[in-house]
Design a protein around this ligand. Structure first.
Ligand SMILES: NC(=O)c1ccc[n+]([C@@H]2O[C@H](COP(=O)([O-])OP(=O)(O)OC[C@H]3O[C@@H](n4cnc5c(N)ncnc54)[C@H](OP(=O)(O)O)[C@@H]3O)[C@@H](O)[C@H]2O)c1
Length: 331
């Protein structure tokens, strides 16, 4: 698997990052171990989790299960991986957070967000220690602010993160689900004060372009343009397969995520994916991942099952020739 530099840090990471969100809850221990081992064997080393993963997966889940599972699975080999975790979307009121999930499968995001713990200095100090303890490690390689928190002064958040970096408990910082103007302010403040500055931004991004409202969690034109001229910040793309919707039309129609992408632009792009997939003898999901890799993005994959992992792994080394890249780019 190809390695890329994270921002301009001099630190190389595998270009495909393994999302470990469901490990320890929806994905049981043997399956988590099998996926992690296969990913490491394929040359992967960039793992992604969060302090809150994955409280929503069942009544007994509270968050922290993914970090605890990683601690178990990485015993004796912690140094083989570059470990990212996150703070700010831990839940202060689990019943209220659960009640924000509607019976039709949609979420009342405003109600959900009111239950987030945020990114005050006190939360960052407490949760960094909690993550270190659960992960069974003395350092976090990349520590993201999971959801931008406008109620905490940025100076307070950045200064707390910088203290963690100076102490060696955190190596690099990142931000997730953030508007471009905020990212610019975060980066400017950090640079002006000599504080650690974000080296990665994590948002939803895939080959299809969103048709829905402009939201901070999904990369839009403004952010992509900003990133193109700020090479010291890498784009880590979550939901890079949009829940695996590139192959099967009936499955696609059944997903929530498709509602934010459905429309003529996506239909044209799906036709291009199908054409390229048939030329390469690959699946549509594999082509979508290969496209992100050609664009220099760091895609996160989130396999819940071994079959999910197995079906996407060939894309780690799938060559996308220039003429087929043009087919995708020009759709
Ligand atoms: N920063 C953030 O706010 C944020 C948000 C989301 C995720 N993330 C990170 O990004 C990682 C990946 O995101 P994601 O889970 O949304 O990614 P994804 O790959 O778009 O979605 C994974 C889900 O897609 C479905 N799926 C269907 N076919 C699949 C296939 N062939 N391969 C893989 N999945 C298939 C499965 O859903 P079913 O379980 O329904 O079968 C699976 O759980 C997560 O593990 C997490 O680390 C971060």
């Amino acid at each position: 698997m190809k390695k890329v530099e994270l921002g301009r840090t001099g630190q190389d990471v595998s270009q495909v990052s393994l999302g470990c969100m469901l490990m320890g809850t929806s994905t049981d221990e043997p399956t988590s171990a099998r996926i992690l081992d296969a990913y490491l064997d394929a040359g992967g080393d960039f793992l992604d989790t969060a302090n809150c993963y994955a409280w929503w997966t069942g009544d007994s889940a509270t968050g922290g299960e993914s970090e605890a599972m990683l601690s178990k699975l990485l015993r004796g080999r912690r140094d083989r991986v570059f470990l990212a975790t996150k703070v700010a979307a831990g839940i202060t009121d689990l019943p209220a957070a659960r009640a924000a999930s509607r019976p039709d499968g949609t979420t009342d995001w405003a109600a959900r967000e009111r239950t987030y713990e945020g990114a005050s200095a006190a939360v960052i100090e407490r949760e960094a220690e909690a993550s270190l303890r659960r992960l069974g490690t003395d350092h976090i390689d990349l520590y993201y602010v999971h959801v931008d928190d406008r109620s905490a002064p940025l100076e307070e958040t950045l200064s707390a993160l910088d203290t963690l970096v100076r102490s060696g408990k955190v190596r690099y910082i990142g931000w997730s689900n953030v508007r471009t103007w905020r990212l610019e302010r975060i980066r400017s403040l950090a640079l002006a004060n000599g504080w650690a500055s974000p080296v990665a931004v994590q948002v939803q991004h895939s080959y299809l372009r969103p048709a829905g409202a402009d939201v901070p969690s999904v990369a839009g034109g403004e952010l992509l343009d900003w990133l193109a001229v700020h090479q010291d910040v890498s784009l880590a793309a979550y939901s890079s397969l949009l829940r695996g919707i590139y192959d099967d039309a009936a499955y696609r129609e059944s997903t929530q995520i498709w509602r934010s992408y459905a429309g003529p632009d996506s239909e044209a792009r799906l036709a291009a994916v199908a054409k390229v997939a048939s030329e390469l003898g690959a699946s549509g999901n594999q082509v979508a991942l290969a496209w992100l890799l050609r664009k220099g993005v760091i895609p996160l994959i989130g396999p819940r099952t071994w079959e999910h992992y197995e079906s996407i792994a060939p894309a780690f080394t799938l060559e996308l020739p220039d003429e087929l890249l043009s087919v995708l780019d020009n759709a």
